[in-house]
Write a protein that binds this ligand. Structure first.
Ligand code: NAI
Length: 717
């Protein structure tokens, strides 16, 4: 539907300054789009001919947002139309150039997020004034979508600020606040939001009073703009900077993400061949990247995540409880982690452990995390103190009755968890919601003897809690809508992407990761080497290999989970003895420095050969084919996802994909596990799995839903 142009940007002339107010009416944030480009072209035409206008201020009419970037939905439409996209990019470049070369000073007045194309627009202005509000942020996040900045950002940014700083912003997509932007020279002034427009107008007048080309902008950029020699003189060590950036990028991306290397190439072209050549290289690379499968997958994930984050799940009439105070039971790694994130996001937290040692450990852990945030300037010292002050500790149940939600993260024991639930119910708060952070025990087992099972559900966080974006919320048949809506609200307020799953052994994520690790265990048992197995899965795109993961989680913990899964799915689950043998030997992984890797030595990435002594074949290992390892492990994972979908544990392939990507580290460039299966073709997959099952065990035989879909010729999406 075509938007009326006035609903994109309006112009108001006041005291010889044209204020261009961006406002994509009907949307909470401003994005750029083809209609917006047209609207800007139109505005520039009228402003140029108005002789009373002496300067231009570009700002946003939204209360807390400047421009978040180019409309990704429109971009997706160019996936199969490179010519149309090439035209659009050229038009965008021309528009930016018009802003830059306009015979009037143009100042961007920035309050709220100024990202991607929004920042590129600001970069094309003569000066940038930012508000000092917390919500004012700068960044070029295109890399996270598998793209590079396409509106001149790859050229203007490294000319305005230091090359290393520009590379960092472009290659990480990181967002910075106004203070940092000012220190980098990205903005010229930082002021209170209340006087932002006034200061911007004043700046425009000052620039217009002089020859406006003699501004800090032209001093910094203008003369080095077209002249590679001058640019080179400003950055003498740039060869080294580019080389280092390339090395780090290759290490980080594992060669799976083309955009970062392209970005470096494009920036370097601008440095060696001049601005115009750089812009041409940017356009070409941008168009190519939008056509790539990686960008398509990353953009899809972006939308799926948005959908999941705004999915009401329960009907719209059910109102969540207004949770102010969260109780957390167990101050271990998970409990303390949950308490810290809750406090960070505004909740008062009551934290209990069984003794003062446990409690002390947890409180220290939380304090350390806040101190670290203050050291990294993400919080002021005062904020860190206030946040930490929201957590109070105890070894009894005082203060729990007045909690609105209690999350338990005590040891993984059904008896203990039942006992804890009964203690909490005995406090007599009938509305109190009880959430378990268990990783494997069915919630309905925990709630079996509950007085109010409707108040019980699972909130399964991932470790480390402050970092991992996923929260798996588990509902039983008895969980009330209100309890579910409340858990969703709290999870989202804690900044998590929440998937809601049905109850069952290992819910969704634990059984899926269990199947994956199980297969890795089989390969090890059959004679494979630790480094070959982990290396193959890292090459596939996982951040760590399955055996290293077990070391991190704990071999003992993994074994407990494996036991639950083996018992629950005994008709098809088949666990290798290898992992159990290691657990029996007292190996717990990193925590007791005895795992698959050698934690006693200097290099914890070195496999511990003594592991093989308890395995069939001993130290006489054999090479396993990298691709075969990958096929077996990811297909075992897919199969479990398929069973979970078939059984209704997950509500959709979308939820499954969000779960494996944000909770289990499934490589995002593949778009998700169901998406990846669709891409390969389900018929191929079923055929392949049938062969693997004959060779390695029936656990790899495809789930019915895979067979059905393959037969029908249908897909998950
Ligand atoms: P942990 O062993 O670090 O912490 C458990 C804490 O609970 C200990 O501090 C212990 O003193 C305390 N505790 C035991 N009995 C208690 C009682 N009666 N009252 C109060 N506190 C008591 O264990 P972790 O790793 O934090 O795990 C806790 C739960 O979270 C388990 O159910 C686990 O399966 C689950 N989980 C663990 C994950 C992980 O990566 N470690 C990930 C997701 C879930």
């Amino acid at each position: 539907m075509a938007r009326s142009r006035e609903k994109l940007a309006s112009v108001r002339i006041d005291d010889s300054i044209a204020f261009v107010g961006i406002d994509v009416v009907g949307k909470s944030v401003n994005t750029l789009s083809t209609p917006m480009v047209e609207r800007f072209e139109e505005i520039l035409e009228t402003v140029i001919v108005d002789e009373t206008v002496k300067g231009v201020v570009i700002h946003s009419e939204k209360p807390d947002n400047f421009v978040v970037g180019f409309d990704i939905e429109e971009l997706q439409g160019y996936y199969e139309d490179p010519d149309a996209l090439r035209e659009l990019v050229a038009r965008g470049h021309a528009l930016m150039e018009k802003f830059t070369s306009l015979d009037l000073p143009v100042v961007a007045a920035i309050h709220g997020q100024c990202l991607g194309g929004g920042l590129e627009l600001a970069l094309a202005c003569d000066s940038r004034i930012a508000s000092n509000a917390d919500k004012t942020k700068f960044g070029v996040p295109e890399i996270m979508l598998g793209l590079i900045p396409g509106g001149g950002g790859t050229q203007r940014l490294p000319r305005l600020i230091d090359l290393s700083a520009a590379l960092d912003l472009i290659l990480t997509g990181r967002q910075i606040d106004a203070g940092r932007a000012n220190r980098l020279g990205l903005v010229d002034d930082v002021v209170h939001p209340g006087i932002l427009l006034e200061v911007a107008a004043e700046t425009a007048r000052e620039l217009g009073g002089n020859d406006h080309r003699s501004t800090s902008y032209s001093q910094n950029i203008g003369e080095v703009f077209q002249d590679p020699v001058k640019l080179a003189a400003r950055t003498p060590a740039r060869g080294m900077v580019f080389n280092r950036a390339r090395q780090e990028t290759i290490k980080k991306s594992g060669g799976h993400y083309p955009a970062p290397l392209r970005a470096i190439d494009v920036i370097e072209t601008g440095f060696s061949e001049g601005f115009d050549a750089g812009m041409r290289a940017e356009a070409e690379a941008f168009v190519e990247l939008v056509q790539s499968d990686v960008a398509r997958n990353l953009m899809n994930i972006f939308f799926m995540r948005q959908e999941v984050n705004s999915d009401s799940v329960v009907d719209g009439r059910t109102r969540p409880f207004n949770v102010k105070k969260v109780g957390v039971l167990g101050a271990g790694l998970m409990g303390a982690g949950i308490a810290q994130v809750a406090a960070f996001n505004g909740y008062n937290v009551r934290l209990k452990d069984r003794d003062t040692d446990g409690l002390g450990w947890g409180l220290n852990y939380i304090k350390d995390l806040f101190d670290k945030l203050a050291r990294r300037k993400k919080l002021t010292e005062a904020q860190a103190d206030v946040y930490f002050g929201r957590v109070s500790g105890t070894t009894g149940y005082e203060g729990f009755k007045s909690s609105d939600l209690v999350v338990e993260a005590v040891f993984e024991s059904l008896e203990l968890k039942r006992q804890i639930l009964s203690d909490i119910e005995a406090l007599g708060n009938e509305d109190l919601i009880f959430a378990s952070n268990t990783s494997t025990i069915p919630i309905s087992d925990i709630a079996k003897k509950a007085k109010r099972p409707e108040n019980v559900l699972g909130m399964h966080f991932f470790s480390p809690v402050y970092k991992m974006p996923l929260l798996e919320i588990i509902r039983t048949k008895e969980t009330s809508r209100k309890a579910l809506a409340t858990a969703l609200k709290v999870g989202r307020d804690m900044g998590k992407t929440c998937i809601v799953v049905d109850d069952g052994p290992g819910f969704f994520t634990s059984r899926v990761i269990g199947a994956y690790i199980n297969e890795a265990g089989w390969i090890l048992q059959e004679g494979g080497r630790i480094e070959d197995i982990d290396g193959a899965m890292r090459d596939f795109g996982f951040p760590v290999g399955p055996l290293k993961l077990v070391d991190e989680v704990g071999i003992d913990v993994g074994q407990k989970a494996a036991g639950v899964l083996q018992e629950s799915f005994s008709d098809r689950w088949d666990a290798p003895t290898a992992l159990a043998a290691l657990a029996e030997e007292g190996r717990k992984g990193r925590k007791n420095k005895r795992g698959f890797y050698d934690y006693a030595g200097s290099d914890s990435n070195q496999p511990d050969e003594s592991v093989y002594d308890v395995l069939p074949g001993g130290r006489d290992r054999r090479r396993v084919d990298r691709e075969l390892v990958q096929q077996r492990c990811w297909l075992a994972m897919l199969n479990e996802c398929a069973y979970a979908l078939e059984e209704g544990i997950i509500r959709s392939p979308r939820d499954g994909d969000i779960g494996v990507i944000f909770g289990l580290g499934f490589p995002p460039f593949r778009g998700g596990i169901f998406r990846h299966a669709d891409d390969i073709g389900l018929e191929n997959i079923v055929e392949h799995m049938t062969r693997l099952a004959e060779q390695f065990g029936q656990r790899l035989a495809p789930a019915d839903i895979l067979i059905e879909k393959a037969t029908e010729g249908s897909t998950f999406y």
